[in-house]
Design a protein around this ligand. Structure first.
Ligand SMILES: Nc1ncnc2c1ncn2[C@@H]1O[C@H](COP(=O)(O)OP(=O)(O)O)[C@@H](O)[C@H]1O
Ligand SMILES: [Mg+2]
Length: 353
């Protein structure tokens, strides 16, 4: 079977994605798949006489390709990488190479890969890919609309309101401080702030509005943080995220530190485990997600609250899903294989409908 691993792209997490792309490629090759690793943004120059089929191989990529360049990527730096004069997110020959594959494995990170737009382009070009479809991806990306869906489906989530106005009145916030504010369409805790009092709100909103024109204000939930992965209808054991100093912000997510610990399986009772597993299934279904995903939770004495759903969760070996899989003896290559096989079954069921 021929697989394209699509990685890179144009987001600030481009380098993280390229590193996971190599990891996914080598994992799938070790399982016998013929794989072509393609950078979504840079594409591939095809020299005269090159046959697209020859790009699909089982030879592992060199280990050094796994190293993450920790240069902070600005739009300017990313755009300067493309020197062939072409425009747009899809680099040269990307669609043609994807069309030669049986399935595209989406190894992208960040907004462009996660918000459903890449999925729409692939759908319209009749290219099969891993993960959720366009609508569910866009819905999961929007904190505002996904929380509305949670409420409609009686999925507990932190009380919230939204604002497009930086001068929101105190009376328009229907719960007490502290609150958490986040850009509605965002990720990696960028632009997210825990705000202790109304006096501090404006400065935090100012920062959040840099990333989106609508901001979600939600009640701060004091509790333990968990994340739960789901593949098809198989829920993996939760992972608890314990931050010993501060909270799970961008630094704690992406920079090596001793303050963030991941515990899987965590020390929770059977009933809590069941609640998390059931809410994970309900959330996945309510948003219309498919194939796989990851749901984030906060848990305290009042119960479990869904914070958000991730339709294209990180797949670096240190990411949460690979850790959860390992806890039930699913190796990284097996996990990648399971994701492909599950999505193939979904497409086959649709074809036979
Ligand atoms: N209502 C809340 N109460 C307390 N902490 C929160 C709340 N919402 C989010 N957080 C914290 O902020 C982090 C990022 O929020 P999240 O909604 O998961 O957005 P992102 O897409 O940036 O991961 C979470 O991992 C959690 O630590
Ligand atoms: Mg999150």
């Amino acid at each position: 079977m021929k697989i394209v691993v699509l990685a890179g792209g144009r987001s600030t997490e481009r380098n993280v994605s390229l590193s996971s792309g190599v990891k996914i490629t080598n994992a799938l090759r070790s399982k016998g798949y013929q794989v072509a690793l393609v950078d979504l943004f840079l594409g591939k120059e095809l020299a005269e006489g090159t046959n697209i089929a020859d790009l699909f191989t089982t030879e592992p990529e060199p280990e050094h390709a796994l190293l993450i360049d920790d240069d902070i990527l600005t739009d300017e730096k990313i755009n300067a990488l493309r020197t062939d004069g072409t425009k747009g997110l899809f680099g040269k020959n990307v669609l043609a190479i994807c069309q030669a594959a049986d399935m595209v494995y989406l190894g992208l990170h960040g907004e462009d890969g996660e918000n459903g737009k890449v999925q729409a382009v692939l759908d319209l070009n009749e290219i099969r890919y891993t993960g959720s479809g366009t609508l569910a991806s866009g819905l999961a990306m929007s904190k505002k609309y996904s929380k509305e869906v949670f409420e409609q489906n009686k999925i507990p989530t932190a009380p919230f309101t939204t604002t497009k106005d930086i001068d929101i009145a105190k009376a328009d916030i229907p719960f007490d401080f502290p609150v958490v504010i986040k850009p509605s369409n965002g990720g990696s805790s960028v632009g997210t702030h825990i705000v202790q009092s109304y006096a501090d709100l404006k400065a935090a909103l100012q920062d959040a509005f840099q990333f989106d024109d609508e901001v979600v204000i939600e009640k701060y939930i004091k509790g333990r943080e968990f994340s739960v992965a789901i593949i098809d209808d198989q829920v993996l054991p939760p992972v608890e995220i314990v931050v010993t100093s501060g909270w799970y912000d961008f630094q704690h997510k992406f920079q090596a530190n001793d303050e963030t610990k991941f515990i899987t399986p965590p020390d929770i009772d059977h009933a809590t485990n069941e609640v998390l597993a059931n809410l994970t299934r309900q959330t996945f279904k309510a948003l219309g997600m498919q194939n796989y995903g990851r749901i984030d939770f906060l848990v305290n004495d009042e119960g479990a609250f869904v914070i958000e759903a991730n339709s294209l969760p990180g797949m670096t070996p240190l990411s949460l899903i690979p850790r959860e899989a390992e806890a039930v003896n699913i190796s990284y290559p097996d996990l990648c294989d399971m994701i492909i096989q599950s999505k193939l079954r979904i497409y086959e069921a649709k074809d036979n409908h």
